[in-house]
Design a protein around this ligand. Sequence first.
Ligand code: HSE
Length: 323
Amino acid sequence: MFFLQDNVKITKNIVQMQMRLSPMIKIRVPATTANLGPGFDCLGIALNLYNYFTIEKIEEGLEAVLVDQSSGNILDLPLENNLFIQAMDELLQRTGRKIDGIRITEEINIPFARGLGSSASAVVAGLVAANCLTGEPFQEEELIEMAVDIEGHPDNVVPAFKGGFIINVISRNGLCYKKLELGDDLKFVVLIPDFELKTNAVRQALPEKIGYADAVFNISRAALLTASLYTRDYKQMRTAMEDRLHQDYRSRLIPGFFQVMEAAYEAGALGVALSGSGPSMIAVAEDNMDEIGRAMVETFKEHEIKASYLVKTTDNQGCRIVN
Ligand code: HSE
């Protein structure tokens, strides 16, 4: 049951909508790549690939339309699965406020369930939108904690909110994090296979316990990766992006994963990892990005997986209100 309104409907007439209405608020949220190899559940980077969420005033009710920007198609997502609305709803419940008479348009550039932070983008935008429309009862840090509670993965949520490279720690006092801005010298070849993996399902593939050797393997590399990004010295990125906590297990769900990784290295990648819980992969590079992307796509093809690639850089701004 939604707190916002009972009589919800999905509108399909987006053209008419754009002619008639002026936006109350438009929010831009970046995609994210989490884990980065060794930083399972704690490291993440925001990428300059964005979803846009526009809220317009209508007479009454709640309407939502999702547009896949790559195809122009309207996506048929049931409202009860709409994370933007769930996040708005959560904030409204905490304030005891109601909002009536809004239309939400979600322009989707971040593909669903590919390990690129599409859920985090919707949750962050929903909270920021509801906060703005109710006179900003919450501070930014409170919104970030709320977003982590709802979405569950700080390594996606915090970079989506703040941009940059983020190191998250869940401490006895709750979430704490450090942000480091990265330069445009570092490029990300984002390899997107044409199948989905849901994070919750993929977490089932992980063992319940790990050994000391694997823990040390990852701690040392997460520290090396952080230092490499901080000093902008990428010579040891291949070692720095190795992992023993999740990729071996999850790769079983991604045909050709290690061969694709090897192809990226042969084409000049500095470091390669699974993006979030996958199935997308991320190759870090300073040059040869198209060669790397093509090599990865070709190698996936040999394993009968269709894939495409994008070349991106870091978004250092995070979530922004753009109107
Ligand atoms: N750290 C999370 C995981 C990210 O790997 O499950 C989810 O995108």
